[in-house]
Design a protein. Structure first.
Length: 360
């Protein structure tokens, strides 16, 4: 296996994604991640002395996110899903999955990997390189008797790893859409994913899969209707008589969240500004920042009976709009999302444009 070639693909694809979306990783987070990877490496070292041979099904799913499992099961409920998400990484099945790795070879191959990017996203960390090779080796061994794989990743690190393993083991790789698609400025991801079939959720996404997927003539598209599982809550403690405006945050460039929230708080003093942090964000950041503001509530719950949902580009807005709730997007990031191409949604380039057009 050409680890350097594969590692170059992984880091290059991820660096393009993170540079355009604006997601950064602080030194402290990188340090914590390296410590976690070190502990993970020690565990795999001991597991490598255990040899287990398990017969694999011909068709499997691979997940690294709870949402992925639901998406895969919706397409094929009987499929066996290998869940390698962080929350499930140390389950019994995953420990067996990792036990097929020869840790000494992993260590030697990690030493041989070159640095392909200057990005501050942990790519040049030795433990990150070990992590990549562990999953490459474990997945290659795990899928030796597999002929078809379903995943719900788009173009992240593990999607690239699974793609390379499928190419090595001659496995058909099927992609299930799990959310909206960002259209990059350079239009195409250089190291595209080679796939079998596409299971898509939104019609507005269909033209944009080619930005990161290698779509050949024999690739089939299957529509998987979305289920709006948005749980709306009737909060008894919310002030009665006030109109509620909800803002859904993004974890990338959080200062844009603050800019919009500050604008809303000042502009709509008679309304309740309800802030929903992104799942990857620390809710306490907003709770502390807006603690003294009487018209701001920070919560991960989604309230009902609201007059407006606002976001930069969160797919939560799509779910609110499907419930008949007015939804707008304020594109301070100047990103291009697939659903922006639909006339169904109002997209504003600035707060000034939003202020001049929206009446509450």
């Amino acid at each position: 296996m050409d680890y350097n070639r594969i590692f170059k693909k992984i880091t290059y694809n991820e660096s393009i994604y993170y540079s355009e979306i604006g997601y950064t990783i602080s030194f402290i987070k990188r340090l914590k991640f390296n410590v976690l990877l070190f502990m993970f490496s020690v565990l795999v070292f001991f597991l490598s002395f255990i040899k287990r041979n398990r017969r694999k099904n011909g068709v499997i799913g691979i997940s690294w996110n709870p949402l992925h499992v639901k998406k895969i099961k919706k397409v094929n409920n009987s499929i066996e899903v290998l869940d390698i998400s962080n929350n499930n990484l140390f389950s019994f099945n995953n420990l067996l999955f990792l036990s097929n790795v020869n840790f000494f070879k992993v260590f030697i191959n990690a030493l041989k990997l070159k640095d392909y990017t200057k990005s501050k996203h942990n790519y040049n960390s030795f433990f990150y390189k070990i992590y990549v090779i562990i999953f490459l080796d474990a997945l290659k061994k795990h899928t030796e008797k597999v002929n078809e794989i379903f995943i719900s990743g788009h173009f992240d690190r593990l999607t690239t790893i699974v793609n390379e393993v499928c190419l090595l083991n001659n496995i058909k790789l099927n992609i299930i859409q799990h959310g909206s698609i960002q259209i990059f400025k350079n239009k195409l991801i250089p190291n595209k994913i080679v796939l079998g079939d596409i299971y898509y959720s939104y019609d507005f996404s269909k033209p944009f899969f080619e930005t990161f997927l290698n779509i050949e003539k024999d690739v089939s598209f299957y529509k998987v209707p979305t289920e709006n599982n948005l749980k709306l809550y009737n909060h008894d403690k919310l002030p009665s008589g006030k109109k509620i405006i909800v803002f859904g945050c993004q974890d990338a460039k959080p200062y844009h969240n603050v800019t919009i929230i500050n604008f809303l708080v000042k502009k709509y003093k008679d309304c309740l500004i309800y802030v929903i942090p992104h799942p990857r964000e620390n809710m306490s950041f907003y709770s502390k920042k807006y603690k003294s503001f009487a018209n701001v509530i920070v919560s991960k719950d989604k309230p009902e009976n609201i007059v407006l949902f606002i976001s930069r580009f969160s797919t939560l807005g799509i779910e609110y709009e499907e419930r008949g709730i007015k939804t707008v997007f304020i594109n301070l990031d100047k990103v291009n999302m697939d659903f922006f191409s639909s006339n169904k949604y109002e997209v504003f380039k600035s707060l000034k444009d939003f202020e001049s057009e929206v009446r509450i």
